[in-house]
Write a protein that binds this ligand. Structure first.
Ligand code: AMP
Length: 393
């Protein structure tokens, strides 16, 4: 789905042509895939990351330094024509310095918004989009009161620092209130209580916006998590009418426009049995649930991000084939390597496209890579994943 250019500009919208250097704060897998896509378009990359030989550093120049090292960030700025980031917890001081000394088309406002759940929820509501009912919690008494109002279960979350289900407590009975409060308030950040949404599906939509206000969204993905970590992204979303999916895309575009963001925004949502959509979270960057676009869409999310920050026309986002993206965690690498030479058992008509991120140690639960299964029908690929020895551990 594409929106019309709104005519608004964002900080001048400088155009960067191939040959320019893109600086990436963070050298993980998202930076790596961004650099691989951007290099195909003729851009150069330099990344800043504390781990030597980081996934992105293997395919770009790397400055080895801490993320909050202002002097190193200044060196990054000197080498790059434009700066972007691959994670949202960019140090506020570094973001400020880069804004004044370099060109950061994404700005720092969106980061400030998405670094804090309460600010994020208010921004989503201001865009006219629904989130799960929530309350800010400042004391154990307020929590008790809110739990009574929402009923159980409900979810207590820290406003900052949570990811992959960390910094969360599903409160199943009012008796858990003191312990939940005591545990999460240790994080020394605001707390927010959310009503529990009995969702049927978790969806995400990735939307791109250029400095000129052109927007384009990718087809929604149906996401399946295991132990709070993304396991599968299924596209097209199963058993869901076209209108609901269009609505999900429209909501993502509405948020992107309201925030006047530049680059990519991933919008995670809950879909209920009666077709209601609630936005759960935003991520102002390429997203794991968008990896399916690498082979299954005309333009990948990474190429789209490069186009957006360089103020080039956004690429078409059509789905070329149904696809199932499956993540490879540390514990999956050994069985993967056994399977890889023969690729035994892959169903007829299913093509497996493997992406590994070049991480040195295959630690349990660590994201090491993913496979995009291009398939005539998604159930065939899902069945294969559920029966494959790779994901048994
Ligand atoms: P989050 O860190 O906010 O992405 O939450 C992690 C996971 O917890 C989500 O992917 C959902 O499966 C679940 N979850 C979070 N908030 C809610 C909620 N308000 N209602 C139901 N499930 C939730």
């Amino acid at each position: 789905m594409s929106g019309q250019p709104s005519g608004r500009t964002n900080r001048g919208g400088r155009r960067l042509l191939p040959g320019s250097t893109i600086g990436v704060l963070g050298g993980g897998q998202l930076g790596r895939m961004l650099a691989l896509a951007g290099r195909n378009m003729g851009f150069r990359f330099v990344t800043l990351d504390p781990t030597p030989d980081a996934p992105c550093g293997q395919v770009a120049e790397q400055i080895v330094a801490a993320y909050d090292d202002a002097e190193a960030a200044r060196r990054l700025a000197e080498k790059a024509d434009v700066i972007t980031y691959e994670f949202e917890n960019v140090d506020a001081g570094v973001a400020q310095m880069l804004m004044s000394e370099s060109y950061v088309p994404q700005g720092s406002r969106l980061l400030h918004t998405t670094q804090h759940r309460l600010r994020e929820k208010r921004a989503i509501e201001a865009a006219g989009v629904q989130v799960a009912p929530y309350r800010e919690i400042a004391s154990v008494d307020e929590l008790r009161e809110a739990v009574a109002a929402f009923g159980t279960p409900c979810v207590l979350k820290t406003a900052t620092g949570g990811y992959d289900g960390k910094g969360q407590w599903v409160i199943r009975s009012v008796d858990e209130v003191p312990e939940a409060y005591a545990t999460l308030s240790k994080a020394k950040t605001e707390l927010v209580l959310e009503q529990f949404i009995r969702f049927e599906k978790e969806l995400s939509v990735i939307v791109a916006r250029s400095p000129q206000g052109e927007t384009k969204s990718f087809p929604p993905a149906e996401n399946i998590h295991v132990h709070n970590i993304l396991h599968l992204s299924i596209v097209p979303v199963r058993a869901t009418d076209e209108q609901t999916l269009k609505r999900a895309e429209q909501m993502a575009i509405q948020i992107a426009e309201s925030l006047e963001m530049v680059g990519l925004l991933a919008v995670e949502m809950f879909l209920t049995a009666d077709g209601e959509l609630f936005v759960n979270e935003l991520a102002p960057r390429p997203h794991n649930s968008g990896h399916y676009t690498m082979e299954a869409c005309t333009t990948s999310q990474f190429e789209q991000h490069v186009r957006a920050i360089c103020n080039l026309p956004l690429g078409p986002t059509e789905l070329l084939t149904p696809v199932v993206m499956v993540n490879l965690l540390g514990e999956h690498i050994e069985p993967l390597m056994e399977w890889l030479p023969e690729q035994r058992g892959l169903p007829e008509g299913v093509t497996a496209k493997l992406h590994l991120y070049g991480k040195h140690e295959a630690k349990v639960k660590r994201k090491m890579g993913h496979i995009n299964l291009l398939t005539p029908d998604v159930e065939r690929a899902i069945r294969w994943v559920s029966e494959s020895p790779i994901w048994k551990s």
